[in-house]
Design a protein around this ligand. Sequence first.
Ligand code: GYE
Length: 332
Amino acid sequence: MKISRILFLGAILASILGPWGCSQKPDSLSTLQPDAAKPEKKYEDLIIGYAQLGAESEWRAANTISIKETAEELGVELRFLDAQQKQENQIEAVRKFIIQKVDVIGISPIVETGWEEVFREAKAAGIPIIIVDRRAAVPEDLYVSYLGSDFLEEGRKAARVMAELVAGKANIVELVGTIGSAPANDRYTGFREILKNYPEMQIIDSQSGDFTRARGKEVMTAFLQKYGNKITAVYAHNDDMALGAIEAIEEYGLKPGEDIKIVSIDAARGAFEAMIAGKLNVTVECNPLLGPQFFELALKVVNGQPVPKWVPSIEGIFFPKDASEILPTRKY
Ligand code: GYE
């Protein structure tokens, strides 16, 4: 095929795909084409809409502070809406930001599904979306980048450390996060992937505690009523639910961290305090301090610079023996 013909077909394809294209290659996924005539935008020029999902956990509180404080430090105009754990509120927030013609929309989708329509509306209005923290199940051309953790790997890490803790033998109850959310889905799956190698580690029950301390306590209380001291381990999808479970175990008259081993995810301050008190055995880190990376991505996007399709966060695992030393250095 002649070069001119290839270029022509390329131009047609580009016009069909719209402003963001839909290639798999990370570098081709920037939003707008750089415009030589336009001066580069700076942080102070940006108006960003952020559709936060709620305030359900310590993690979320730290995440919100990180977004707000970073915006202030950089001089970005931030329009922040809290959807109070309701998907319809988050959808409404995105629609408001479209009407307001913000430069970029950031969203942490409460659940994975149900976003395609409103994301298409944003795309049609020429407003790029950056997904933060939780993934959304939408075609790749509907968002410019996803900034967040590898939740599957967190689930795997939790299972590996749990296996060591219980020497490959346990009756586990699982406190699942918000049903249908990316972290709950992946932490559920990743944990089971590793458990396949340990025939004597069984999940005897699994229920959602909606990522909150209060629900974690309620569900754990019900588990204890049902199974009593048959339970030897708890896998909680976040620290808040683990802290709720610790209260339930104490009220039941057993020792959390000893009679019942507990592994959770997030590595928030409350988890470090519980580890120092000997009531929590492990916390797997999930980093909520996403503000700086988010605004950096947003600035690149408005200036037409290429951004990766996934920006993963770097995360560790923490144990009680190091908790006192590490706690003062924790920012959340
Ligand atoms: O682990 C949990 C929060 O989406 C990664 O949401 C986040 C999770 C986090 O409620 O504590």
